[in-house]
Design a protein around this ligand. Structure first.
Ligand SMILES: Cc1ncc(C[n+]2csc(CCOP(=O)(O)OP(=O)(O)O)c2C)c(N)n1
Length: 281
């Protein structure tokens, strides 16, 4: 069933809140991977506030859906969501990435409840997710596995090995998302290591593939609903996104892969986010 107008409104309002938390954590931490955290937000919000079957009071519940953030440097944005969901006390985020904090820039599954796999060394999440999805099949379990990879991350060959195995094993319980913001750490993906035609590549590897606007909640919902109906194939949803989404001085600028904000820039970023959402509500 498509997302209702009220659900879309709720999800957008949550995404606005999470984007402001991302900006705030970037300010208090003294820096962070803010560009990619902002591009991944809408998909993560749709998953955590609508589609993932989880119980933050029981992070290890065996029948929970699994989510892996393979682009682990987006941990700052992921932590904002896990805290908001109630996995831990959000006051802990005031010390994000500081000495003694359970949060490093990349989340550690041994320290952060709700984090199913430690990532950060790129190229591992899709393989971990493939193993989890295969595990669910072997155990006859109904839970699904979702994973987000960065587009720059797809330069790692291990992704393509996992893609072969997932299709070979008919893992229709696996849903992948590419945060296709077209920028990596040091510039545009197509100038550094050409990925296009990306959708055709996953099709050739035996996946069910969709390409959507990764900032449109209705489209994200539609794609996930379709993926849930796949009978024999894993699904890859290629999400067209903007690095730094909603903050005009960061948008589509690879130099904001990692950055810090002073209080003026933080307030400017808050204003940009509020302005964007005043238009789409
Ligand atoms: C194996 C490995 N090589 C290099 C890095 C350094 N690194 C961190 S982020 C990044 C760029 C990733 O780009 P992308 O996946 O597109 O992330 P996004 O633009 O969504 O932030 C790189 C190369 C790493 N973390 N792991």
């Amino acid at each position: 069933m498509p997302l209702s107008k009220d659900e879309i409104k709720m999800l957008n309002s949550k995404a606005q809140e999470i984007r402001k938390k991302i900006v705030d954590i970037t300010f208090t931490a003294g820096g962070g991977h803010v560009g990619g955290s902002l591009s991944q937000t809408d998909v993560l919000v749709a998953l955590y506030y609508k589609y993932l079957k989880i119980d933050p009071s029981k992070p290890d519940w065996e029948d929970r859906d699994r989510f892996i953030l393979s682009k682990g440097h987006g941990g700052l944005g992921w932590a904002a969501i896990l805290g908001d969901k109630g996995y831990f006390d959000t006051s802990l985020l005031k010390n994000f990435n500081k000495t003694g904090s359970p949060f490093g820039m990349h989340l550690d599954s041994l320290k952060v409840p709700g984090c199913d796999a430690s990532t950060g060394s790129l190229g591992h999440g899709l393989a971990i997710a493939t193993g989890l999805a295969k595990g669910a099949k072997l155990k006859g379990k109904k839970w699904k596995t979702c994973v987000m990879v960065g587009d720059g991350e797809l330069c790692e060959g291990s992704n393509w090995e996992a893609a072969i195995i997932a299709a070979r094993n008919k893992l229709n319980n696996l849903i992948g998302f590419v945060d296709r913001n077209k920028n990596m750490i040091d510039g545009p993906t197509e100038e550094i290591s050409q990925l296009e035609p990306l959708a055709d590549k996953f099709v050739a590897f035996g996946w069910n593939v969709m390409s959507i606007d990764g900032h449109d909640m209705a489209k994200i919902g539609e794609a996930i609903e379709k993926a849930l109906k796949s009978r024999t194939k894993p699904t890859m949803i290629i999400c067209d996104t903007i690095k730094g989404k909603c903050v005009d001085f960061m948008e589509d600028d690879p130099t904001w892969h990692y950055g810090g904000l002073d209080s003026d820039k933080r307030d400017q970023a808050f204003e940009c986010i509020d302005k964007y959402y005043s238009k789409i509500k």
